[in-house]
Design a protein around this ligand. Structure first.
Ligand SMILES: [Zn+2]
Length: 453
């Protein structure tokens, strides 16, 4: 596939970054809405089971390349629950992990959500073959009224089926549940609707000192303008809220360990994550949650005070991007948000890449915008015009065509691979940072419909 100079530059520069971002997006079943059939069949009346607050369960996610285990840290009572009161059992099959809240007396699953983690990405690095590590993590959910079990599931490395890895009985009246005290200012950037029926995004600063508040807020406005510049977010402003938490760091800038630069910042963001220079992330997800909790939120995006390009996006974990001036900062924000909001896969190809543990040919990716045809049903087959060939022929001139003139089909290449995996159109935000393709747009809208119920 011939690309323009810009596109080639983007692709080669950010390959490793996105590869790592998507490391955990290995295969499983498709986006069929039947994840937890038993629980989904029974409607759950929010007021019967939940107090209205947010509860947070902190733990350490530990292990090596083959094993993982979880050790409990603490439970914290945070502010008002910002999520839906009816979308309590996530029906999508996105993610490498999920967790369930089970009512202890009735054994009924009263809440379930899906996610991915930085730990799962680390498991694929060479280091994980010889060293055990622990990553601080935390899960948030509506506070149950009664005692409950929290159960954490992760995909089996071979079968990709979810397996229960951790279960813990939490006594809701325990004096060990800590109250959270807000200590940072929450600033409204855009308020589209009430928190119950909206997607609540929180923007967090890292590496901005007390004197750099205006710079951070300017970055927040840029982030907002970038997001609302693309369908389907443009049309969904009325059900998206964006708030910023102003939490300054001791030092300005972001650590670059490989260049000998260390900065004392609030979230501990750094380049050279997992030895990839442009992979800018923080491993301290509990501190990220501490800062995010100063505003009602469901989705986290971190803006870092650096001109150096880097970042990533992990599904239902966090997205991260540099606030400094790089050519296509706004597009990169939206691309990473596509990963962190709902785990959209990268649709681009790395020339010469033919085999990947990320997308084995015998497994269907769980991402809504990629397929290996192992289980295509329920993805975008209904959007493909009758008679469209498989694979759909690709011509480089299609890169210059308006999105609306492109035929939705199954174009070979995607998920970094040249062969054996297919994407919906030649162009997309998840490919060359153009407009989202119609398949991604529909998937995002479906996800927003669920979150905003
Ligand atoms: Zn797409």
């Amino acid at each position: 596939m011939k690309k323009t100079a810009n596109q080639r530059e983007y692709s080669t520069s950010f390959t490793v970054l996105f590869l790592l971002s998507l490391t955990l997006f290995t295969s499983c079943s498709s986006s069929k809405m039947a994840a937890n059939a038993n629980a989904a069949k029974d409607s759950i009346v929010y007021g019967d089971y939940f107090t209205g607050n947010t509860l947070r369960y902190d733990f350490y996610h530990s292990g090596n390349s083959n094993n993982e285990y979880y050790t409990f840290d603490c439970v914290m009572r945070e502010g008002v629950w910002a999520g839906s009161h009816t979308a309590l059992i996530n029906p999508f099959e996105y993610g490498e992990q999920h967790f369930r809240i089970v009512d202890a007396s009735s054994s009924k699953v009263i809440y379930k959500n899906n996610y991915c983690t930085l730990f799962n990405e680390w498991q694929t690095t060479p280091e994980a073959a010889s060293v055990e590590r622990s990553f601080p993590e935390g899960l948030i959910f509506p506070e149950p009224k009664n005692d409950f079990y929290i159960e954490i599931y992760a995909r089996n490395k071979s079968t990709k089926k979810m397996e229960k890895k951790h279960s813990h009985l939490v006594r809701i009246n325990s004096y060990n549940i800590r109250p959270f005290e807000a200590q940072y200012e929450s600033i409204d950037i855009h308020i589209g609707g009430d928190i119950e029926h909206s997607l609540d995004i929180v923007l967090l600063p890292d590496g901005f000192t007390a004197g750099e508040k205006d710079k951070f807020l300017a970055s927040c406005l840029m982030w907002q303008n970038a997001l609302f510049g693309y369908a389907p977010f443009t049309q969904n402003k009325h059900r998206i809220n964006i708030r910023a938490v102003w939490a300054p760091s001791q030092q300005s800038g972001i650590s670059e360990p490989g260049n000998g630069k260390w900065c004392n910042t609030l979230l501990g963001t750094r380049f050279f994550t997992f030895d990839s220079e442009r992979y800018q992330m923080t491993e301290d997800f509990q501190t990220v949650r501490d800062i995010a909790a100063n505003a009602p939120y469901e989705s986290i995006f971190i803006l870092t005070n650096t001109d150096k390009y880097g970042g990533g996006g992990i599904y239902n974990f966090y997205g991260l991007g540099s606030a400094g001036k790089t050519g296509r900062t706004g597009e990169v924000y939206v691309h990473e948000f596509g990963h962190s909001l709902m785990g959209l896969g990268d649709e681009y190809v790395e020339v010469g890449n033919t085999v990947s543990a990320l997308y084995p040919a015998n497994k269907e990716p769980w991402e809504a915008n990629l397929t290996t045809f192992v289980n295509f049903k329920g993805k975008w087959e209904d959007m493909i015009p009758a008679g469209t060939p498989v694979p759909t022929p690709y011509d480089p001139s299609m890169l210059n065509m308006p999105q609306g003139e492109l035929t939705i089909g199954t174009y070979e290449g995607g998920g970094y691979l040249e062969k054996g995996i297919f994407r919906p159109t030649p162009q997309c935000m998840m490919n060359q940072l153009r407009d989202f393709c119609p398949v991604c747009i529909r998937a995002i809208e479906k996800y927003l419909d669920y979150i905003c119920k």
